[in-house]
Structures are given as C-alpha cells and as structure tokens.
Write a protein that binds this ligand. Structure first.
Ligand SMILES: [Zn+2]
Length: 261
C-alpha cells in the first residue's frame, strides 16, 4: 500500500512488519529499494514500476541481505542491482533463501517468480562512492551493525535518505551483527543528516519522516537505547511507550542485551 507520495517519490509499506519499499523517479532512470513482501504487494509494486518507468533504466538498491528485504528480487527481471560489497560477498547466501522458503511454506504462499540471491551489478566498496545518472546523484555509505552489509543511500537533488533497517519509528535497533559498529553507524547517520539537506528519511520498517528534527530524534532514540543496553538495560516500560510493537520484540531486546556485553 502507498503511504507517502510526492513529485519524485512513492513509498510503499507492506502489511508485514511495516516493511518499506521506496520508488524514485528521475529524468533518466527509476530507482527502487527492497521490494517486499507478500505476492500481491510485490505485484502492486511491479505494476506501478512498469507503468511509471516508460523505457527508463530500473535500478534496485538492496539496503542489506536480510530475507525480508531480498524476497522480491526476481519479480524485476531486467533491473540493475546496487548493494554493498559485503552483500555481494556474503558467504552464507543460502541462509536468507532458506528463510524465504520456510516463510512461504509455513504460510501456503506461492510466487510467480523465482527465489534467488540478488546478483550485484554495482558494488559499493567505500563511503561516499557515488553514481550520477542524468539529474540524479546517489551517494552511498556503509552502514554495518544491524547486519554486516548495510548501506545508506542519499539521493540528490531530492534530499532522500534511504536508511535500510535503521532509524525506524516502529522498532528499536536490532543488533544482529556488531554493537560497536551499530553505534558508529548512528554517529555517521547524525553527521549525514546534519551535513546534507535531507527532506525525506525512509527507514526499512515503519513510516518515512520529513521533519529534520524528528529525524535527529530517531538517531537520538537509537543511540540512547544502545548506550542503555550496556548500563543495565533501558527501562522496558519507556520502551513500550516509544515503540508500540515492543511486546512482540522482547526476544530481540534480550538478544541485544547479550550483544552489548
Ligand atoms: Zn528488515
């Protein structure tokens, strides 16, 4: 379902985990992130992209390789794939594919496209690597901590910050890969928000944000949560107020406490 739209941008949100896919239209190309996740939702995005692209090249940016983010890959046959080097080099590529198969089997889901691991055409090796296509200029930054292969993308001149699984209003940080890296990534996000004219922050789950101060508040909330993990743990009652799905995420919170040690 479409939850946000302006001249260049359309944001889709899945009914599952409020997973977000963003579509950006520019003069010479169109860009899409993490198309997800139920068959009818992927089909809605596919149709939308098909109608809008009018012969322009389609680039798909994968923010990281968690299974919910790569699940729609093969529904877009001729897309040019952008992801981090760590995404392309992931040693256990079968793991997310197995999770997709398990999810689909458990829920009696069939798809009209294949499930495979994305083949990366444009690999991001380092911070500030950029890609200019027509009027659009994309700049990429490594964003490890949630996973090893996370990627931030800033799309100019529209001021869009694509955050992947960071800076969500729906969930607190999930420290799947590395606690210290996660903190550094939050400091990087803060600098990027301060140094760029960002008018739209798009997280991987939850809702987009257009107000700069509220974007910075999301960084602050994540940072405070992470610091609290080290010093006895955040106040659980406060957390349930900030993140309305906290009760369903207690297991991940427990895991985070271990990761911070
Ligand atoms: Zn995710």
């Amino acid at each position: 379902m479409i939850i946000f739209q302006n001249e260049h941008t359309t944001v889709f949100q899945s009914a599952l985990y409020q997973t977000v896919s963003v579509f950006i239209e520019t003069d010479q190309a169109v860009f899409l992130t993490d198309p997800a996740w139920l068959p009818a939702e992927v089909e809605e995005i596919r149709k939308f992209v098909h109608e809008r692209r009018k012969g322009r090249a389609l680039y798909i940016i994968f923010t990281h390789s968690d299974f919910d983010h790569i699940i729609g890959y093969k529904a877009f046959e001729d897309a040019i794939i952008i992801a981090s080097q760590e995404f392309a080099d992931r040693p256990d590529k079968e793991a997310p594919l197995k999770q997709i198969q398990e999810f689909d089997t458990k829920n009696y889901i069939t798809r009209n496209y294949e499930i495979t691991y994305p083949e990366v055409d444009i690999m991001i090796h380092k911070d500030s690597q950029s890609l200019d296509i027509g009027e659009a200029s994309l700049t990429f930054y490594k964003a490890p901590g949630h996973t090893r292969d996370g990627l931030f993308t800033i799309v100019e001149p529209y001021g869009i910050f694509i955050a992947g699984d960071y800076l969500s209003d729906a969930e607190f940080p999930f420290v799947e890969s590395d606690y210290e890296e996660y903190i550094k990534t939050m400091m990087k996000a803060k600098t990027l928000l301060e140094e760029n004219e960002i008018s739209l922050l798009v997280p991987g789950h939850g809702t987009p944000e257009t107000l700069k101060q509220k974007m910075l508040n999301r960084v602050r909330d994540s940072h405070e949560y992470l610091l609290a993990l080290k010093s006895g743990g955040p106040d659980v009652e406060e957390l349930s107020k900030t993140y309305k799905f906290f009760d369903g995420l207690r297991g991940i919170h427990e895991h985070n406490l271990k990761m911070a040690k």
